[in-house]
Every structure is written in C-alpha cells, then in structure tokens.
Design a protein around this ligand. Structure first.
Ligand SMILES: NCCCN[C@H]1CC[C@H](NCCCN)CC1
Length: 290
C-alpha cells in the first residue's frame, strides 16, 4: 500500500521515487537485501534494504566529495583506509591521488562488491588499482587490530546507521579510528542530512570533538537521489605537529592540477571544496560549535 513508503525511520513521512525501467538484480546477503534497477532518468541504481545507495547520474557528487575533502586537506596522503565503500567508487577517486601508496578497504558485505563489478563497472574499476588491499569483514574489528597511527586518512563510506552500519556512528568506533590515524591524520565520514538529522549530527559532532583533538568540520553536497537532496560529511583531524598542516576548509592539495586521470572529475573542484563548509544559519544554531 502507499503508506508503506512513508515508514522509513530515517526520514518518516517522506518518500522519494524513481521510475523503474527494468529490475536488473534482486538478492539477499547475510546483511541486507540488494537491488539493482535501470531507472529512466538516473541510470542504474543500487539499493540496499530499500535505501538508495547510488545512481550512475549523481554518484560523482558523493564519491568525489567524501574522498577529496579529506585527501586535499593534508599534505601528500600515503596510506588510506576505506570503511565500507564496497561499490568501488571511493577507491576510484582515491586512485587519482598520486601520493597514495597503500589503500586498505574493509567492506562487510561481499555481495555489494560482486554486484557492483557486474552492474557498475565505472565504479568497480576502483578495485583494479594495484595499491588496493581488500578485506571482507567488520571494520570496527579491523580497526581494533590496525597498528596505532598507521593511516594518513580514513574514509567511512557507510550506509545509514540502521542495519550493518549502526556501530559506525558510535564512540568506540571513532576512538579506534582516531588511534589508527597518524598525528595530523584525517577522518571523513558520511554525516546524514542537515534537513533531517540535526540531532544525529549533533551527537556525532559531540563524540568527534571529544575523540579528535585536531579539528572537526561539517561539510555538505547536493545529491538529488538522497532524501532531502543533500548529504553531509564530517571531517575530523587528530592533533598533529605543525609540520603536518591540516586545512580542511582551504585545500592545500590542488587535485585538478595533479589530475592525470583518464576520467575527468564531474563534481569536485577547489571552489566546491571550500564552499562545502559554508553552512546555513539554522544548522549553525541547531548544532553547537559549528
Ligand atoms: N558509495 C556509496 C555509498 C552510499 N553511502 C550512503 C548511502 C545511503 C545514503 N542515505 C542518505 C540519507 C540522507 N539523509 C547515505 C550515504
């Protein structure tokens, strides 16, 4: 019935619909239901447990921003960890950074990787980079065993905190991430919508301010196929010696210049980078310390 579409606890009372031309895949992994369909106006769409994860048309906004906001905030990142990211889009973006030498990725659901390789080759291309080391499993567990201070950057490309990604917004996870980052390292994680989740954003920022002694910044981007049409990012840095200059707001790495990648950037550039940190007044009022 119609009302079933308005019951998602993450955005009660609203629904977003895309015209389906053809269902391409339906499966159920140990963690979630996986659906791929051909939409009539946004290309192919990946859906997990009924929530749109990405569409071919607008995935560039999310994947480019969640990667280049952190990686352009520090000087020549070398070791990067991706939490989640099983569709490969984030790996594709990290590969643009020639300073990066090692990319670890920890994805809990192998079905997401297999489905992306089959239906989204322009995202799964990220897995072909020789610097990528794939781990299938629970990222919190992976991080607990990671050497202290191993990573320059950690990117948490997660689904919403209902289901397998629940623990990725809780304090113990942020603490293990902070321990695995080097001094002056940076974490970037998906931080929901300013229109829908200011309480969740407030909670995440409070936890991050206690856990990351460097800086904590909120940024956002337009993603038309996510509820409310925007998605946020939380960029946190550990305290580093002055030499490891971290500047999330005015990028110190100009990616466009370094761009020798065969596939052009479609969304990110340095103006969009800085603009992403400009916040509406209601958000600054509702979320203290922004
Ligand atoms: N590599 C793409 C992964 C996508 N991450 C998440 C997919 C679900 C999405 N819900 C949007 C909720 C908006 N409030 C957040 C990003």
């Amino acid at each position: 019935s119609k009302k079933v579409y308005f019951n998602n606890p993450m955005w009660p009372g609203e629904a977003h619909s895309l015209k389906v031309d053809k269902v391409l895949y339906k499966g159920k992994s140990d963690f979630q239901e996986v659906l791929v369909f051909e939409s009539s106006t946004y290309g192919k769409v990946l859906v997990l447990d009924g929530i749109v994860q990405l569409t071919e048309k607008d995935e560039c906004a999310y994947q480019e921003m969640i990667v280049h906001l952190p990686l352009c905030s520090i000087l020549s990142p070398k070791t990067v960890l991706v939490v989640g990211g099983g569709d490969g889009g984030v790996l594709r973006e990290i590969a643009r950074h020639t300073s990066v030498e090692q990319i670890d990725i920890c994805e809990i659901d192998k079905m997401v990787i297999d489905v992306s390789k089959r239906f989204f080759p322009q995202l799964a291309v990220g897995f072909e980079d020789p610097r990528v080391h794939l781990h299938i499993g629970d990222a919190a567990d992976f991080l607990r065993h990671a050497p202290k201070g191993k990573y320059d950057a950690i990117i948490v490309d997660s689904s919403d905190p209902v289901g397998p990604a629940q623990e990725l917004v809780e304090k113990p996870f942020f603490e293990t991430a902070a321990r695995a980052l080097r001094a002056g390292g940076v974490l970037c994680n998906m931080a929901e919508s300013m229109w829908l989740h200011t309480h969740l954003i407030q909670d995440m920022i409070s936890v991050c301010r206690e856990t990351f002694k460097g800086s904590v910044h909120y940024a956002w981007a337009s993603v038309p196929t996510y509820p409310s049409g925007v998605i946020g990012f939380l960029i946190c840095s550990t305290e580093g010696p002055p030499v490891d200059f971290v500047n999330p707001v005015n990028p110190i790495e100009k990616l466009e210049g370094a761009l020798k990648h065969k596939r052009e950037l479609r969304f990110y550039n340095s103006e969009m980078h800085s603009a992403a940190f400009a916040l509406p007044s209601f958000l600054k009022r509702e979320v203290s310390s922004l």
